[in-house]
Design a protein around this ligand. Structure first.
Ligand code: ADP
Length: 252
């Protein structure tokens, strides 16, 4: 685009060249701002778990907090949460800079969904939530099975966290003309129209205190979006507070 503009013939081209430099500067400045925001967000996210760890360890050193197995286990859990946060950050950074590798192979998406459901079944059972599969026998797509497994895990984890005992989560797979449509439908707390446009933003949470209690990083849906779009697909959400949510994504 720029190389064309450099072949100047008249003053109108000169104006155009100026415009294109301006827009490049604008883009660069926006990139820098985004990167600075990211660093600020990350620093903010790391601060809380780190201060929890520090305060607890200091309390143990001072003899105020018992070094019981239960207390050590909660510190251990906090380090696991930190580890997951760092892993999620790595994924999102690679994806946002277009460096995430998608290793496509023809995959039976029905079997993949069934496997992830099976792997997460005990967590759903423990909370008294039914996890149902509504999938045709075999639906194939050219995808990176590891990445799509992560997408499903993130969506299932959310459906689980934001639903209460006795409710139901359904995973639906549909073969469309232009690919596969996957939906994760819950009957949980739902999301308000006000929050809905933001939930795929990194670190966005409707209720920060609740999200911390569930150990979520606030990156789950941002990762879902990036991974689906890296496959050339789109994510969609429909939700109503008190009724539930439906997250769908297409895989061309
Ligand atoms: P988190 O780690 O906080 O779950 P996500 O990026 O996965 O982060 O989700 C962002 C926010 O969107 C959540 O904090 C929650 O408020 C909302 N959300 C996501 N999935 C659901 C769902 N199935 N039902 C209700 N709210 C949801």
């Amino acid at each position: 685009d720029l190389s064309q503009k450099v072949r100047l013939r008249g003053s109108s081209e000169l104006v155009e060249l100026g415009d294109s430099f301006n827009s490049m500067t604008h883009t660069l400045r926006r990139d820098r701002e985004l990167r600075q925001n990211m660093v600020a967000d990350v620093a903010h996210e790391l601060r809380t778990p780190l201060s929890v760890l520090r305060a607890n360890i200091e309390a143990m050193q001072d003899g105020v907090l018992e070094t019981s197995p239960a207390n050590l286990e909660s510190l251990h859990q906090e380090t696991l949460n930190l580890g997951r946060l760092v892993e999620d950050l790595r994924t999102i950074t690679l994806a946002e800079s277009g460096q995430l590798k998608i290793n496509r192979q023809v995959t039976d998406v029905s079997a993949l969904a069934a496997r992830v459901v099976e792997a997460m079944k005990t967590q759903f059972d423990a909370k008294g939530i039914e996890l149902a599969l509504d999938v045709p026998k075999s639906v194939r797509a050219d995808i990176d099975p590891d990445r799509i497994e992560q997408v499903l895990r993130n969506l299932f984890a959310n459906a689980l966290h934001y639903s209460s005992s006795g409710s139901k989560v359904t995973v639906r797979l549909e073969q469309k003309d232009d690919g596969v449509l996957v939906s994760v439908i819950d009957t949980g707390i739902g999301i308000s129209a006000e929050d809905l446009p933001h939930i795929f933003d990194r670190f966005y949470r409707v209720d920060r205190s609740r999200a911390r209690a569930t150990g979520g990083s606030g990156l789950g849906l941002a990762i879902v979006k990036q991974l689906v779009e890296a496959h050339g697909g789109r994510v969609r959400v429909e939700s109503e507070p008190g009724k539930g949510s439906k997250f769908s994504f297409s895989l061309p």
